[in-house]
Write a protein that binds this ligand. Structure first.
Ligand code: TXA
Ligand code: MG
Length: 328
């Protein structure tokens, strides 16, 4: 099997919608990262996602909906969920809620809950509408590797495992969605930080958003707080984190170690010196982070030194991904 990449013409979208309706997999652009989609109501189709990704069956999938009226088909929303949906959808926010019968144990990995989000990317939205069913889609990478933010990244990892890739350009945000557990609306929990910050969620809900107590380090039982696997999003090259990168250390380092700064370091040049955003603007950092990690991973460095972002909000999401990339 070899993947073909399609531009989002009306004809291609119709073809890809048909493929999804026939139970096939299609890699899709979203505003966060690329996803690997299947009909969420078709357990057989969803099983193929796990095979293509090499994903363990106990790691549940996110279900993507086109309109709010599809929410009740897949989940049992409460008023807190509707509040967040109205404020942040379509957008990079995933809600964990009790699931309905329509969602099979394949999708939920046997959990009684389901993760749902309404994406904002216009091409994915058009495809969702044409297909007419909710689409289950995890990030379109081999399990454990860095999430894809371009169609080319998807091809690198899954080009031999799937047939269809919809190219919607580079993902605008570049980090996976924020996941909030709303099974108990009085005690919302942040399962994965993302572009929608804990502060924004707390403000919208009018109550603090907590953090689950334990962080599962291994994939064994169906996870209560998945997305929290310690090792995830990892390049093959070892990553060392630094609170602040020292320009001096970078300047005298050997050429086979890469130094990745948040912003462009003053007066420091070298083939092994990189930065994520010239001005250190966090939106830009998030946007280029995964593509940069992939590029450095391919470049044969012995080690990648990375500087952590400062501040909270988006910095929390960026640093979360960096910590996972560095976990061995
Ligand atoms: O931005 C995103 O969320 C992207 C795009 C494609 O939408 N998707 C994504 O999917 O990042 P994935 O599978 O790579 O990460 C989804 C996370 C997983 O860690 C999974 O364990 C967690 O969501 N999850 C799914 N269902 C859950 C549930 N019922 N309860 C708790 N966590 C759940
Ligand atoms: Mg993923």
């Amino acid at each position: 099997m070899t993947a073909r990449t399609y531009r989002g013409t009306p004809r291609n979208l119709a073809l890809l919608a048909q493929a999804l309706q026939a139970g096939e997999l299609v890699a899709v652009p979203t505003e966060t990262v690329y996803g690997l989609a299947a009909d969420a109501l078709d357990a057989r189709a969803c099983r193929k996602i796990f095979t293509a990704k090499g994903r363990p069956a106990n790691d549940p999938l996110i279900v993507h909906i086109h309109a709010l009226r599809q929410l009740e088909l897949v989940a049992r929303p409460n008023s807190a969920a509707l509040k967040l949906a109205k404020k942040f959808w379509p957008g990079p926010l995933t809600l964990v809620l009790p699931k309905t019968e329509a969602i099979s144990a394949v999708v939920s990995a046997g959990l009684p809950s389901v993760a749902v989000r309404m994406p904002a990317h216009p091409l994915f939205r058009r495809l969702l509408k044409l297909t007419g069913v909710p689409l289950a889609a995890p990030s379109a990478n081999r399990f454990g590797y860095v999430s894809p933010t371009t169609a080319a990244h998807v091809y690198e990892g899954l080009g031999k495992k799937i047939r269809y890739i919809l190219d919607g350009g580079p993902a605008q945000i570049g980090l996976e969605s924020t996941i909030v557990d709303l099974r108990d609306p009085l005690h919302p929990q942040l399962l994965r930080p993302g572009a929608i910050t804990r502060t924004a969620l707390s403000r919208a809900l009018g109550r603090p958003v907590g953090t689950p107590a334990s962080t599962p380090a291994r994939v064994d039982t169906a996870q209560l707080a998945p997305g929290l696997l310690a090792r995830h999003y990892s390049p093959r090259t070892p990553v060392t984190l630094h609170k602040q990168l020292s320009v001096r250390a970078a300047a005298i380092s050997s050429a086979d170690e890469a130094w990745l700064f948040i912003s462009r370091p003053a007066r420091l040049r070298g083939e092994n010196i990189f930065w994520l955003d010239a001005k250190g603007e966090l939106g830009g950092v998030a946007h280029t982070l995964f593509a940069t990690l992939r590029r450095l991973d391919r470049s044969g460095y012995r080690r990648i030194h990375v500087e952590l972002a400062r501040g909270d909000g988006l910095a929390a999401a960026i640093n979360d991904r960096l910590r996972r990339a560095a976990a061995r």
